[in-house]
Design a protein around this ligand. Structure first.
Ligand code: IMP
Length: 444
């Protein structure tokens, strides 16, 4: 056998075939507006699966002028033809799940198609309590978590003392596991953090008595569901929450979330192997934002930063926190292309840059007298890097009505061409406003 011919052109038949399994992943520090594109792709999808995170996520969708803010339920819920799935990799607070169902149903959205993995781990009241008190104890070193109990729930999963959705349907097991885990958590909360821990009875009353019966109709073997769909040639969208640089393994640790938002997380968090994945779309804002602590090379502390925050309405959907903001960072994006095997990038909020005379793009970093073209794996170095910028002319034109590439002024087109060259994969979709229809499709 000879070696593999790397110059061989792709098989013609595979180039334009339908792509059954697509992952949508955030490429920065979250809040890129992934919901907009998952919503757009949803038209062609039969199943939309969330694969990690919990109600720390917050996606806002504007449909027919009505705003929907979802934290846990996949955005596909807004389409009648889609089965929205909460995969095994998600941590579920059943109270939040049911609250969201109630809000959606009050707005006339049918939630009966929703499916929740029986293997998903539960967020329990002591997880939320622990998230709050540990952040308080960390003081100025706090991570700036969303205080939803996400980290403590994933920590228990890894320590093999977590409770899963399916445990709610075996009351004996649920109580038994809870007694074991509360022995330790109770001591920790009472003796270290001076908090009154919830009792086994209180949790059993709430979870088994009140929540379990209401959650039951949604509980399913979601691995089977996803594979049945793929085998039948149905289209499945895997919807990432948070983003690449908040990934537990690849993000700016320890200022990260406790799950794997990168594309690989879709495989573990939904139960599919990498060979099933056909397309990976990375969503990036036309600038960068971050909530919570941690390094941020292009962060702005001037009027330009304020303008990005105000024009982009950069306040958390979930927590109301003001986001930190800075110019587009191509070094991060090139790293995100590698970490996720991105097949393309989708840009959001290009219209936020409409008001600038010039726009900047970080093309490399500089530290210790060296130029770095790659994202450093040395965290101490990352804290010291300074961005190397290229400045491009702004367009000072309202883009919010653009629907065709030809509607974009030459400066905006040049900006996108420049980003594409920097990032190394095609930019096909560009968001120019919050509405479902406010986007431009570029020809690759
Ligand atoms: P946790 O996920 O609540 O543990 O928070 C860990 C870090 O991830 C904090 O810096 C949060 O601000 C950040 N984070 C969590 N979820 C989101 C999100 O949906 N968008 C942006 N940042 C997030």
């Amino acid at each position: 056998m000879g070696g593999v011919n790397l110059d061989r052109p792709p098989d013609e038949n595979t180039q334009e075939r339908a792509l059954p399994a697509t992952i949508v992943v955030g490429t920065q520090w979250g809040d890129e507006g992934k919901g907009k594109f998952t919503d757009l792709f949803a038209k062609e999808m039969h199943v939309v699966v969330r694969y990690q995170g919990g109600h720390n996520a917050g996606h806002t969708l504007v449909v027919d002028g009505e705003t929907f803010a979802l934290q846990l339920i996949p955005s596909g819920i807004l389409y009648d033809h889609i089965t929205p799935v909460i995969g095994n990799g998600v941590v579920v607070d059943p109270r939040v799940l049911l609250e969201e169902v109630d809000v959606l149903e009050r707005k006339g959205i049918d939630c009966s198609r929703l499916r929740v993995s029986s293997n998903a781990h539960l967020i329990l009241p002591y997880h939320q309590l622990l998230d709050r008190v540990t952040e308080r104890y960390l003081g100025k070193n706090k991570l700036g978590t969303t205080k939803r109990g996400i980290g403590p729930a994933y920590a228990d999963k890894a320590a093999r003392v977590g409770l899963r959705v399916q445990d709610m349907y075996d009351p004996k097991i649920f109580r038994q596991k809870l007694e074991v885990v509360l022995k330790e958590k109770g001591q920790l909360l009472a003796k270290v953090y001076n908090q009154l821990p919830p009792t086994v009875d209180e949790i059993c009353d709430l979870y088994l008595g009140e929540l379990a019966p209401r959650v039951r109709p949604y509980v399913a073997d979601t691995v089977d569901l996803v594979h049945e769909a793929l085998e039948a040639g149905r289209h499945v969208l895997f919807e990432g929450a948070q983003a690449t640089f908040l990934d537990l393994d690849h993000g700016t640790y320890p200022y990260v979330t406790s799950s794997n938002p990168v594309a690989g997380g879709a495989c573990t968090g939904a139960g599919v192997g990498p060979r099933h994945i056909d397309r990976v779309v990375g969503v990036a804002k036309a600038y960068v934002t971050r909530v919570g602590s941690g390094p941020f090379p292009t962060e702005l502390f001037d009027e330009a930063g304020d303008a990005l925050v105000e024009r982009g309405h950069e306040y958390g959907t979930n927590t109301g926190r003001r986001r930190r903001a800075g110019w587009f960072d191509a070094v991060m994006l090139r790293h995100a292309v590698r970490l996720n095997s991105l097949s393309e990038v989708a840009i959001t909020k290009l219209d936020v840059l409409d008001a600038f005379d010039t726009v900047r793009v970080c093309v490399a970093y500089e530290a210790e007298g060296r130029r770095l073209d790659r994202f450093p794996d040395d965290q101490s170095l990352l804290h010291k890097v300074r961005p190397v910028y290229e400045e491009l002319p702004g367009w000072r034109t309202d883009l919010t009505g653009a629907t065709e590439p030809s509607d974009l002024p030459p400066e905006a087109r040049d900006y996108l061409d420049f980003l594409e060259k920097q990032v190394g994969v095609p930019i096909r979709l560009v968001g120019v406003g919050p509405g479902r229809e406010q986007f431009v499709q570029r020809t690759p």
